[in-house]
Design a protein around this ligand. Structure first.
Ligand SMILES: [Fe+2]
Length: 631
C-alpha cells in the first residue's frame, strides 16, 4: 500500500521546518501542506518503463511494483522539498565552502542574484501558492581580489515590500497572510471581501542595470535593492504616467473603452490594483546597449483588449524610446521577444469566466478563477510590432497577427533576431519554450490546490504527458515579404534540434541578445522520475543550432536545478560558465551553487565547482536570476 510511511529514509531539511511538520513529524517537512499521497491499486506484475529521445533510446528498465511505489513516493516527497519556507535572513555575508572542484582564478568577479519566493505558510494556517510567496532574494558574490584564491559569499534577504510589512512581524518573526494574491486563498479570517489581490511580492525576477538592482513581479512596480546588503530601498517609478488614471481618449472610444472606464475605478479603488502592471521579463539589446521593459494596463486582465507599452532605457536609466500598442484580444503575456526592428508578442489567449469572476470578487475563490485559457483557435497569433517604423522599408499593419500553424502557449523566450533572406525578405527567428494549452492550467500551476492549500505535482498534468504538450524548446520562423506590405509568407514552428524532452528557461550568451546565436542552454527534465513526468528539472541541455548537436549535464540523483545563467569569459560564443543552483539535493539536504564549463557540457569534466550553502540557509526553488559583473 502506498503510504508516507514507505518513505522513512527521507529526512527533514533544517529549514524552519518545525511549524510545518505533519504526520509523521520526525520525518517530513510540510512546505505548504503535506497532501495525501495518491493511492494506486495494487498490482502483482512488474512494470516496464522505457524512455526515449529524438536521438537515443534507453533500454527498458524493469521495476517491481514495490520499487515503483517507493519511487513514486520519493518523487512526491522530493517535490515537496522544493517549496519549504525559509524564514532566516542573513545579516552578514556567509562564506561558501567549495565541496567539489575549484573556482577558477580567472572566474569573473561579480554577483549572481536569484529571485524567488521564500515563504509558503504563515503562523495562522494560511498557505500561499509559490507564485504568491514573498520575494526572497539570494546573492552569491564572487570576489577574486585575493588573486589565487576566490572568495564566494552568500546572502539572502526578503524584499521588504509593502505586502511584507503588512504580513510579517519583525520582532517575533511571525507571519500572518492578510491578502490572498492571485493564485491563493486565505485559510481563515479576512477571507471574504478581501479584495486586495494584486499583492506585489517582488518574487519573479531580478535586474541590475545602470548601477541599480531591482526585484520585479508581473503585477506592479519593481522594488529597488541595495546591492551589497540587500536592503530594500523602495518602489521604483520607472515610467511617466505610472499613477495617472486620467482617461486620455476624447472621442469616446468603442465599447471596450467604455467598459474600461467603468472597470478602472473598481480595479483601482476596490481591488487596489496599480494603473499599470510592469512585467517581470525584460530584455537587453546588446547592440544598442539598451534595457527594454513592457507594461500592461490593470484592466487588461479582465477585458478582451490589451494595452502594451514598451519602454527603452539607456545605461543611465533615461527613457530613450516608448511605444504603445492596443491589441483587440484577451491575452496573458509573461514573456516576449524583440529584434532589431520589432517587438514580438505571442498571443497566449485567455477568456473571462463569469462564475469564477463573481466568486473571486466575493473572495470565495482565487482571482485566477476569473480566467481560463482560451483554446478556441487552432493557430497561435503572433504580433510583430514596429519598434523603429522608420528603419524598415515596408508598411506592415501590425494589428494583423502572423498565425503560427499550431496552437501553443509561450512560456519563455531565449532569443530572437532577424535577417534578410535570399529574396530580400525579412526572416525572423525566435527561440522559445512553449507548451500546449492542455498542459497549461492557470489554477493548477506548480501543482498548488487552492482548495486544500496543498501541493501535489500530479494535478498539473492534463491529458497525459505527451512530449508536445509539455514545455519544450522550439524555433519559430517568420518570413515577411518586404516587397509588399510585409505580408507573412511563411511561419513555421519546429522543435529545436529535435530535442523533445521537457525543457524551459532557455538562455544564451547575453552578448548575442537580439543577434544571431549559435548556442542555447536550458533546464531540462531527464524523465527518470516516474511521478514527476516533466518538472522540476534535473539537467542542463546545450543545443548547437549550427550542427544540431545536443549535449547535457545531469545533476546527481534526487537533485533538482533551477534556471541556468550564462557568464561569458572569452570571445567565443560558448566560452564561459553556466551557473545553476541545485535546490534541494534531497538525499543530502543541501542547496548548492554549481559552476559548469559551458564549452565542456556533455564531457566528463563539465563540472567546474560545486559550492555548498550552509544547511540552516537552505532555500526554496527560485525563479529567475541575473549575473551582475563587477566589470
Ligand atoms: Fe518567467
Amino acid at each position: 500500500m502506498l503510504s508516507p510511511l514507505n518513505c522513512r529514509h527521507l529526512q527533514i531539511p533544517n529549514m524552519q521546518a518545525s511549524p510545518f511538520q505533519v504526520i509523521p513529524k520526525p520525518i517530513f517537512p510540510s512546505p505548504i501542506n503535506i497532501p495525501p499521497v495518491h493511492r494506486r491499486p495494487p498490482s502483482q506484475r512488474a512494470l516496464a518503463i522505457t524512455t526515449s529521445t529524438a536521438n537515443e533510446t534507453h533500454t527498458p528498465i524493469t521495476m517491481s511494483t514495490l520499487e515503483v511505489v517507493d519511487a513514486s513516493v520519493a518523487d512526491f516527497w522530493d517535490y515537496q522539498f522544493l517549496f519549504v519556507s525559509q524564514r532566516l535572513e542573513t545579516n552578514e555575508p556567509v562564506a561558501l565552502q567549495v565541496v567539489e572542484g575549484a573556482v577558477p582564478t580567472e572566474f569573473p568577479s561579480g554577483t549572481y542574484y536569484l529571485a524567488g519566493p521564500g515563504i509558503f505558510r504563515d503562523d495562522h494556517g494560511s498557505t500561499m501558492h509559490p507564485l504568491d510567496g514573498h520575494g526572497y532574494l539570494r546573492a552569491f558574490t564572487f570576489d577574486g581580489v585575493n588573486g589565487d584564491k576566490f572568495s564566494v559569499k552568500f546572502m539572502a534577504r526578503y524584499v521588504n515590500t509593502e505586502a511584507k510589512v503588512e504580513e510579517h512581524d519583525p520582532v517575533t518573526n511571525t507571519w500572518r497572510f492578510r491578502h490572498r494574491g492571485l493564485f491563493s486563498m486565505l485559510k481563515r479570517g479576512e477571507k471574504v471581501w478581501n479584495t486586495k489581490v494584486m499583492k506585489n511580492v517582488a518574487n519573479t525576477s531580478v535586474l541590475s542595470w545602470g548601477g541599480r538592482l531591482m526585484c520585479l513581479w508581473d503585477g506592479g512596480e519593481p522594488y529597488e535593492i541595495e546591492p551589497e546588503r540587500l536592503d530594500t530601498i523602495g518602489k521604483v517609478k520607472l515610467m511617466d504616467g505610472w499613477d495617472s488614471v486620467v482617461e486620455r481618449r476624447s472621442d469616446g472610444g468603442d465599447v471596450w473603452d467604455v467598459a474600461a472606464r467603468l472597470l478602472k475605478p473598481i480595479l483601482y479603488g476596490v481591488f487596489k490594483m496599480p494603473v499599470k502592471r510592469l512585467l517581470a521579463h525584460y530584455k537587453f539589446d546588446a547592440r544598442r546597449n539598451r534595457l527594454i521593459l513592457m507594461s500592461c494596463n490593470a484592466e487588461d486582465i479582465f477585458l478582451p483588449r490589451n494595452n502594451f507599452t514598451f519602454y527603452e532605457f539607456d545605461s543611465n536609466f533615461k527613457v530613450v524610446g516608448k511605444k504603445e500598442f492596443i491589441i483587440p484580444d484577451h491575452l496573458m503575456i509573461h514573456d516576449w521577444a524583440f529584434t532589431a526592428t520589432s517587438y514580438i508578442l505571442f498571443a497566449n489567449r485567455v477568456k473571462l469566466e463569469f462564475t469564477g469572476a463573481m466568486t473571486s470578487f466575493c473572495g470565495i475563490t482565487p482571482t485566477i478563477a476569473a480566467l481560463s485559457v482560451n483554446p478556441s483557435k487552432e493557430t497561435s497569433p503572433i504580433y510583430v510590432l514596429p519598434r523603429f517604423p522608420n528603419e524598415v522599408n515596408y508598411n506592415r499593419d501590425w494589428r494583423v497577427p502572423v498565425e503560427a500553424p499550431s496552437q501553443f502557449w509561450l512560456l519563455h523566450v531565449g532569443n530572437a533576431y532577424e535577417s534578410l533572406d535570399e529574396n530580400g525578405n525579412s526572416e525572423i527567428q525566435i527561440q522559445a519554450s512553449v507548451c500546449s494549452y492542455e498542459w497549461f492550467t492557470l489554477h493548477k500551476l506548480l501543482g498548488y490546490d487552492w482548495q486544500s492549500g496543498k501541493l501535489d505535482p500530479s494535478i498539473m498534468y492534463l491529458n497525459g504527458n505527451k512530449s508536445k504538450k509539455m514545455p519544450h524548446l522550439v524555433q519559430v520562423s517568420i518570413n515577411l515579404d518586404t516587397g509588399t506590405d510585409g505580408i507573412c509568407q511563411r511561419c513555421d514552428i519546429e522543435p529545436l534540434n529535435q530535442w523533445i524532452k521537457s525543457s524551459d528557461f532557455p538562455v544564451i550568451n547575453p552578448a548575442f541578445s537580439g543577434s544571431k546565436n549559435k548556442y542555447i542552454y536550458a533546464a531540462a527534465f531527464s524523465g527518470s522520475r516516474r511521478a514527476l513526468p516533466n518538472f522540476p528539472y534535473d539537467m542542463v541541455v546545450k543545443l548547437n543550432l549550427s550542427t544540431k548537436s545536443v549535449r547535457t549535464w545531469s545533476a546527481d540523483s534526487r537533485r533538482f536545478i533551477g534556471e541556468p545563467t550564462f557568464i561569458a569569459k572569452g570571445s567565443e560564443e560558448d566560452e564561459g560558465y553556466i551557473l545553476v543552483v541545485e535546490v534541494y539535493a534531497v538525499a543530502v539536504q543541501r542547496c548548492y551553487l554549481v559552476i559548469l564549463d559551458s564549452k565542456r557540457i556533455g564531457a566528463a569534466d563539465t563540472l567546474v565547482a560545486r559550492l555548498e550553502v550552509p544547511k540552516h540557509l537552505n532555500f526554496p526553488l527560485g525563479f529567475h536570476g541575473f549575473w551582475a559583473s563587477n566589470e
